[in-house]
Each structure stands twice: as structure tokens, then as C-alpha cells.
Design a protein around this ligand. Structure first.
Ligand code: ZN
Length: 583
């Protein structure tokens, strides 16, 4: 360690000084500064640029950079994302976005011609619009006419329905004798049949997954599950270039063995990058559990993974739980019934009693809890459970509970975030509508217009942090925090406006301020990751994690916020993107 004072009593030299800057510190006691000095990985000065204190830090060895008045913000935090899913979708083929069936088929034909079966034994391409076909759905013969030498699957825009060719049905052994009821449930997986009982090639709710192994055996190929350091670096490198200094991986285990293997491989890849000093971001994450009874065994797995992969920037620090489903599929837990049914209030996947018991156990283990929930009943249940656990434990309560998504909250429950010390985590790039229009069918207009409202929570002193929650390569670019900031500040999605003729996602009063967005993407995210003593603001003693922006985020026009990008990114005093020598 370099002593703060050298033998002569003068302060030790800074390595880097950034001056002539507009530094937005996210430190309430000193919101703005002109200069910042860095020694090693730490910030040693924040303030005016003409002070004696700063002068004493500048020696011949100090690199001083004039930032030409540019805006500097703390390193950003993406507090809920899915790097493994994004990496796993890398092999999918992207269809042209069109409602011309012939154009889609011509594309698939061309792709197959350029990539022989020896290279691409299974063509998996997405997405085609749901509106392409009538209620009978698409037919396998349409694809067969273009590609019949190997299985082809085209995925529709909702990700719930697929269109396959005859070769794929054949290799899976699916024909008119395949039982109609594959897996009981609502909605049930299904191979749609024609009037003669023959599968048409239209597949609903992933019915094909039940037969995929047979097909994979036949073609001698399997889904890629290898999340290598290089593949992961592709994603973390993108986030680093957008100023992200920390992320929280919300997976911990996926839908099946493939995804479970991928989740562990992702932490292994992050650990390897960290050891090579190529991670350049804090990588924290979770392990999922489903019930009070499987919590202990999953805590054991989390501990094992932490032992294996935990390191300087990698930590498995919380357990993850799904408390309900989604509004778009009518599986959220809501206080009042959906408009589709008199008595259906959706699914709560854990009772308040069990959740309280889980919290007591987690408190004993000193492990934080991260809860997926979208409905107002799930939100209230989580608050009630926290309230009970806290009152039972009194001063012994020491864990943090983060409620992720929180799309619909009863106004009466909003002050409870601050009262109970809960953290709310939400994804700002959803604010313009994006996929949520389908929830209107279940929630009805009154509740639909109450979704995504966080100003009352912020106003009452609650901690709200932000995340991308991106799941695949197509939306990975929306993981750019500046994209999220624009959408939440305008309530207009520049790519998928809720209604083209009326792009504003109501109500306008729910637009978030730029200052609240920056705080939610920095300090509040750092609080969720328990890193607030080291990152999240530009303060003396914290790590030198900063983004030097090409435009002023606070004055750029609303519809250009997403074009703001870092010209340089510092992570622990090291330039990890761009250059400090600015034009
Ligand atoms: Zn998620």
C-alpha cells in the first residue's frame, strides 16, 4: 500500500487527475465537482479544480486530463440480467422482420444453401409475426418446399409457438399416433392437427422440447451449452463499453438441465475472466429455489458455487425466488380477479407463511433474497412476510430483500418499500410498453394504466434500482443503460411503441427524472449488491469507477438520451474502454 502521506508530510501523488469536467457524483453532500483525482484504484480527491489540496496531489508522474467540460458519472449497475441466456441464444438465426411469408421462406432457403447440414444440422430461426397466419396456423409443407434435408424450426414473435417442417416431425417421431395430451396443464403443449389427425407443423407451448432428444440423437448434434469466457466476454465487454461497472446475474438455475449447466458454466467463465484480469466488472449472482423445503439444498449449492467461483469481483450473494408468473400469460398474482374470469386471481407460488419461514432461515444464513414478482397480490404478500419476519427478529434482522419487476403495485403498499427497507428493482426499458401490451387482456385498462409507477416509491424514500433483464441476443442492445434511461424518461419505446399512433405509455406522470434514473443505475444498484461502500458514487475512498460521456446526459434532448455513450470508462482506476485523451 502507498501511504497517504509521504515522509515530507505532503500527500502522495495522484496517478490520474481528471479536470475541467462536470462530475455528477451521486453523493448528496457534494452533488457536483470539477475535478477528481485517482491513486491506484481509489478516488483520493473530488472537488474544485483550483484548490491547494488538488495541487499537492499533482506531481510529474501524474497524468492530468482536460475533459473539455464533459459529464462524468459513476460506473453503472445492471442489477438483474441473464448473461447465460443471452450467450445461449447466440447460435439462433435471425429472420428478416416482415409479414411476407415468401420473403421469410426465401431467406430460410438461402440460409440452408449457404450452410450445409454438416455445418448447421438444425436450423432454428426467429421471429415471424403472429399475424402471418389465420387461426389454423402455419403448415409444414410451406417449409418443406424450401428445406427438407434437415429439421427446421421457426419461432413466432411471442416465443410460445413454433412452425416446423416435416423432417423435424419425422426425426422426433411425432405423427398422428402421438398422444394429444403431452404434458397436462393450461396452456398445454400441443402439436396442432389437421382434420385427419396429422400434425400440421404448428407447435404450441414448446411441445417439441419433449421430443427433442430423439431428434438430436438422429442428427448427432446437441444444443450448445458451453458458456465460454470468450462468449461471456462478448456480453460483459458490451456492458463495460456502456459504462457498466457491476451486474447481477439473476439465473442460478434454468428451466432444465441444459440451462442449469449453462448457469454454472457462466459463473465459471466469469471467475476465469476475473483471474485473467479481463472481467472489468463486478459479477454477482444468485441461486434459485422454489419452496421452503428445497431452500436448504439450494443454499448448499450456492455456498459450493461461491467456494468454487467466488473471487475478487465474482460473488454468489443471494437466493432467488419466483413468487408469481407474468401478466402477459395471466399467471401473475393479483388482488382483484383478471377481467377474463370472475374468480381467477392468478398464481402465488409460495404462501405468506412459507415465505416468512424462508426469510427467517435466510436471515440465519445471512443470505439476501431476490424475488421475481409482477402482480400487486405478490407484492403485498412479500411485504407482509418481510414485516412479520422483521417484527419477529427485531434487531437481529440483517438481510436485504429485493423485489424485482413489481409491475403492478397497490398505491397503499408503495410507502412500505421505505418503511420495511425493501429494495425495488425494475427494468426501465420496459416503460414504453414493449411486450406488456398483452397484459391488457388480463388486467383490463384501469390496472394496465397503473403499471410501472415508481415515482411515489422514490418520493417516499424507497430505494429503487434498475436493471436490463435482457434474455436473448435480440434485446441484448437494450441492456445499454442509456437506452433504458430514455425509455423510462419518455415512456415511449423507440423500437416497439405501444401503439404506433399513440406511442406514450400512460400515465405521463410516471416518467422518471434523469437524476432518479442515474441514482437508480448507480448508488441504488450498488446497495442491492452490497457494494455501496466501494462503488455507486464518486467519493473519496471509493473505487475509481467512472464513465466519461460524449454528451451531457442532463441536457441532451429526450429522444436522444439513448445515443449518449461513454468516450472512456474507468474501472478501479484503469481505462477499460476508450481513451482519456479526448478530441
Ligand atoms: Zn429476469
Amino acid at each position: 500500500m502507498i501511504p497517504a502521506q509521504d515522509v515530507a508530510g505532503a500527500a502522495a501523488a495522484a496517478d490520474i487527475v481528471l479536470r475541467n469536467a462536470r462530475i455528477y457524483t451521486v453523493n448528496d453532500s457534494q452533488p457536483w465537482a470539477e475535478a477528481v483525482a485517482v491513486r491506484g484504484e481509489e478516488i483520493v480527491y473530488v472537488g474544485d479544480e483550483s484548490t491547494d489540496e488538488l495541487g499537492a496531489l499533482i506531481r510529474t508522474t501524474t497524468e492530468v486530463y482536460d475533459l473539455g467540460g464533459r459529464l462524468v458519472i459513476p460506473g453503472l449497475v445492471d442489477a438483474h440480467t441473464h448473461p447465460d441466456w443471452v450467450v445461449l441464444s447466440a447460435w439462433h438465426v435471425t429472420l428478416p422482420w416482415t409479414d411476407d411469408v415468401d420473403e421469410i421462406l426465401a431467406f430460410v432457403r438461402q440460409y440452408a444453401a449457404e450452410h450445409p447440414p454438416s455445418e448447421v444440422p438444425f436450423i432454428y430461426a426467429e421471429y415471424y409475426p403472429c399475424t402471418l397466419f389465420d387461426v389454423g396456423g402455419p403448415r409444414k409443407e410451406l417449409i418443406d418446399a424450401h428445406v427438407s434435408d434437415r429439421p427446421v424450426l421457426l419461432q413466432d414473435q411471442t416465443d410460445h409457438c413454433s412452425w416446423v417442417n416435416s423432417k423435424m416431425l419425422e426425426l422426433m417421431g411425432v405423427d398422428r399416433d402421438t398422444p394429444l395430451q403431452i404434458v397436462p396443464g393450461d396452456p398445454a403443449p400441443e402439436f396442432v392437427r389437421d382434420e385427419n389427425g396429422e400434425p400440421t407443423g404448428w407447435v404450441k407451448e414448446f411441445a417439441w422440447l419433449q421430443f427433442a432428444d430423439k431428434m438430436y440423437d438422429a442428427i448427432g448434434w446437441r444444443l450448445p451449452t458451453a458458456v465460454t469466457p470468450e462468449l461471456l466476454r462478448g456480453l460483459t465487454g458490451f456492458l463495460v463499453s456502456k459504462g457498466v461497472a457491476a451486474l447481477w446475474d439473476a439465473d442460478g438455475v434454468g428451466m432444465d438441465a441444459t440451462f442449469a449447466a449453462a448457469a454454472e458454466a457462466t459463473f465459471a467463465a466469469a471467475a476465469e475472466l476475473d483471474q485473467r484480469d479481463e472481467l472489468d466488472v463486478f459479477y454477482h449472482g444468485s441461486r434459485r429455489f422454489c419452496s421452503l423445503s428445497d431452500l436448504p439444498e439450494n443454499i448448499a449449492v450456492l455456498r459450493e458455487w461461491e467456494e468454487k467461483y467466488g473471487g475478487r469481483h465474482v460473488h454468489l450473494d443471494a437466493m432467488k425466488l419466483f413468487l408469481d408468473g407474468s401478466h402477459e400469460t395471466g399467471t401473475s398474482a393479483v388482488l382483484e380477479p383478471f377481467i377474463t374470469s370472475q374468480d381467477d386471481r392468478g398464481e402465488l407460488r409460495m404462501s405468506e407463511d412459507d415465505l416468512t419461514a424462508c426469510l427467517l432461515l435466510l436471515n440465519e444464513e445471512e443470505l439476501d433474497l431476490h424475488v421475481h414478482l409482477v402482480g400487486d397480490r405478490a407484492f403485498r404478500t412479500a411485504c407482509d412476510a418481510v414485516e412479520r419476519a422483521r417484527s419477529q427478529l427485531g434487531g437481529a434482522w440483517r438481510i436485504q430483500v429485493t423485489l424485482a419487476h413489481c409491475e403492478l403495485i397497490d398505491p397503499g403498499d408503495m410507502p412500505r418499500v421505505a418503511e420495511l427497507g425493501i429494495i425495488v428493482n425494475w427494468s426501465p426499458h420496459w416503460a414504453g410498453g414493449y411486450f406488456s401490451a398483452q397484459s391488457l387482456e388480463y388486467l383490463g385498462p384501469e390496472r394496465f394504466d397503473r403499471m410501472y409507477q415508481f415515482n411515489p416509491i422514490i418520493g417516499s424514500g424507497g430505494v429503487v434500482c434498475f436493471s436490463s433483464d435482457v434474455m436473448n441476443k435480440y434485446e441484448a442492445h437494450r441492456g445499454d443503460p442509456f437506452f433504458g434511461m430514455q425509455v423510462a424518461h419518455t415512456r415511449v419505446d423507440p423500437e416497439w411503441p405501444i401503439y404506433p399512433e399513440r406511442p406514450l405509455r400512460e400515465p405521463a406522470s410516471a416518467k422518471l427524472s434523469r437524476a432518479d434514473l442515474v441514482k437508480g443505475y448507480t448508488l441504488n444498484g450498488a446497495i442491492q449488491l452490497r457494494l455501496a461502500d466501494r462503488i455507486g458514487s464518486i467519493e473519496v475512498g471509493k473505487l475509481a469507477n467512472m464513465a466519461i460521456l460524449d454528451q451531457d446526459l442532463f441536457s441532451v434532448p429526450d429522444d436522444q438520451m439513448r445515443s449518449v455513450t461513454p468516450e472512456a470508462v474507468l474501472f478501479e482506476g484503469k481505462v477499460v474502454h476508450g481513451s482519456l485523451t479526448l478530441p
